[in-house]
Design a protein around this ligand. Structure first.
Ligand SMILES: [Fe+2]
Ligand SMILES: [Fe+2]
Length: 340
């Protein structure tokens, strides 16, 4: 059954906020069985919710409704509230139709980057499911999430196609690194893989919720974002609760590795969503000097910190903060303090 109305936007993740897994990472040593039982029950609830409320990229979006039509000069294509590009003098001095066109490119580019991330994520989830034994509780949920990510990728790319804009997505070097380094992690170091998952999902969720709260968004973009935010709440909950159950079981070496790798990883991934893509200089007419100016604005520094706030708090809960990792979070601009 397909349900057509997305959940209204709230800041709380219902499962994480009310479920028994809250604070699991701080459970006393020897609470491993409790943590496992709690996680198994959360996984069952997430699987049930995935059946009760899910969306199809084509059945649940009326792409051909005239209200959904894309006109690049439509003033409802706006940069999001904290977009560093919006803080530049160049952008503010452009005519309204140019501002809308640039904003549309920015949205389409974010959607392409989004599905490229989801593509890696799906392959990682399938890689984990491939090796699961019969009866594993997580097998079913991993497939629910993979199916949902495929629907997201379909709706994101359909939007890109309808804009007709030559957006690029992630830089090629990042795509290659994601394939070569991240995919093997899904089995060899799944805790790091699920932190990678949050590195992609949490900043996008932050930006989309911010835009939905502001309102005035183009109806097609709004529909896509509401569907995405609704389903991502489950994905984020799964990753967070997986980490709360599994990180306490790790030895010192792996926990130390997580504490040091996570800050640069979040630094790179948050920038992928927050920064103006370099391709906008030759594909959307934004001067290179404006792109570098946007990267130096206080707005950009603030957004990097805000968009990574939830995973940073989770890392605190997981005991992945130490004097060195705290410095790294700041160094990579994803925690308050001067960025170098
Ligand atoms: Fe998604
Ligand atoms: Fe997701």
């Amino acid at each position: 059954m397909t349900v057509t109305e997305p959940t209204p936007i709230t800041t709380a993740d219902p499962i994480t906020a009310t479920g028994p897994a809250s604070g699991a990472a701080s459970a006393a040593p020897g609470g491993g069985e409790d943590r496992d039982a709690t996680f198994a029950s959360i996984v069952r609830r997430l699987s049930k919710q995935s059946v009760e409320k899910h969306f199809d990229a084509y059945a649940d979006i009326d792409w051909d409704d005239p209200l959904m039509a894309i006109d690049p000069a439509d003033p409802r294509f706006l940069l999001w509230t904290g977009d560093p590009l919006g803080a530049t003098e160049w952008y503010r001095s452009q005519p309204a139709d140019v501002q809308s066109r640039v904003a549309l490119y920015r949205v389409a580019s974010a959607m392409r980057t989004g599905w490229e991330f989801e593509n890696v994520l799906q392959r990682g989830l399938l890689n984990i499911a491939f090796w699961m034994p019969n009866g594993a509780e997580q097998f079913r949920y991993l497939h629910h999430e993979t199916i949902e990510e495929s629907q997201h990728s379909l709706m994101f790319q359909e939007f890109v196609n309808r804009t007709g804009m030559p957006v690029h997505g992630m830089p090629t070097v990042i795509k290659k690194a994601a394939e070569r380094a991240v995919l093997p992690l899904s089995r060899r170091f799944p805790e790091l893989f699920f932190l990678f998952v949050l590195g992609g999902e949490d900043p996008v969720d932050h930006l989309q919720r911010q835009q939905l709260r502001r309102g005035g968004v183009h109806p097609l973009v709004e529909r896509i974002m509401r569907i995405h935010v609704t389903e991502e709440a489950r994905h984020v909950s799964y990753a967070r609760n997986y980490l709360k159950a599994e990180v306490p079981k790790l030895g010192r070496v792996r926990r130390g590795a997580l504490s040091l790798i996570t800050p640069p990883m979040f630094g790179v991934m948050t920038r992928l969503m927050v920064d103006v893509p370099p391709s906008m200089s030759f594909r959307a007419g934004v001067p290179k000097s404006v792109i570098s100016e946007a990267r130096k604005t206080p707005k950009r520094a603030k957004l990097l910190v805000e968009a990574s706030a939830k995973p940073r708090k989770l890392c605190e809960e997981l005991g992945l903060m130490n004097p060195v990792s705290r410095r790294l979070w700041k160094l990579f601009g994803v925690a308050g303090g001067p960025e170098t």
